[in-house]
Design a binder for this molecule. Sequence first.
Ligand code: PLP
Length: 399
Amino acid sequence: MQLSERIERITESPTMAVMAEAERYKARGIDVVDFGPGEPDFPTPDHIKRAAIRALEQNFTKYTPSGGIAPLRQAICDWHAAQLGTAYKSSECVVSVGGKHAIFNTVNVLVNSGDEVVIPVPCWVSFPDIVKYAGGKPVFVVTREHEGFCLTAREVEAALSPKTRMVIVNSPSNPTGAILPDDEFAKIAGLCRRRGVWLLTDECYSHFLYSGRRPFSAASLPDAKNTVIVCGSLSKTFAMTGWRVGFVLAPEPIAKAVVKLQSQSTSNPTSIAQHAALEALRGSMDSVAAMLAEYERRRSRVLAGLRAIPGLTCTEPQGAFYAFPNISACPTRDTECLAASNGRLDSAVVARRLLESSHVAVVPGEAFGAPGFLRLSYATSIERIEEGLRRLTDFFSSP
Ligand SMILES: Cc1ncc(COP(=O)(O)O)c(C=O)c1O
């Protein structure tokens, strides 16, 4: 079947594919330890759910403006100002159907065919495909394990060309948990400003930072507004992945263009979810602190358990809820993995065999442009983490 050239440029999200495969095992009654999903295992806080119920009862069940209801756009600006020190007006804010939609739309209103977009790797699976769908060309900057996967302005500068339209940064990072230090972020923003390149900052995990570190937005830097575009999401911060609410904060012409695109595609984010989001942003943030404390506890356990596996190395995640171990030098008892290795394990084969033989779901590093690694989400209970670590330790033991 002949499909459009545009759709043939991209592949289905590999993380979604892992989730679907793990679900097939679970449907057969198999006890899968699922380190796959990039979503909080906590329920959406009650006060947010109650706001949605009230919205239903009050019949907020109709179309809204394509870019979201005015009180929510204002609440996003107020919340971002209070939490991250920025100063956006509601005319510079668009509500989207999740953070992915916010990024997709922003890239599509700015990137022309042949434009280059700089993306640090390992990177979230959707950045390259969103860029390709828009006709752009991803230009990858490799960050290294022994440097904690930290991006530097020097490396970004080396990747810029006259064709560069945008740089995408995601801190804390999915999949590595690395954080871009504030001063390096400022250098990258300055570089982008001087070179007339947009800096898209994906703040999806902005509030999941460990060791008491404060959330930071590049949009709070002086003179940032004409260079920095914020794409944010309520999905992880408020355990609202299924509600699909995200946002763009950008100069007005860009915000207007995103609204135009939404008006001809999705139309508004769900009206009920918008009312829930309003409560999330205006109400108590206590649940966010409670989730963070629990993620921090799990991070310690996962890291200690992984680092006890011979041959495995793992940088300490500074934020988000993923561990990204390098398993290429591990021993294994798995004969298929051994047959496929040439002295170093192949992470795609390891991920497949882990699910098939040990019933542990992980995402192979290939999905993030980093073969040799596995991504483990520790957004799951300590009990499941312990069980998963037992199975991993067994899988990575000498034959
Ligand atoms: C780095 C990153 N950005 C954006 C998103 C989008 O999240 P959502 O569309 O649920 O808001 C995700 C989700 O996994 C992510 O990991």
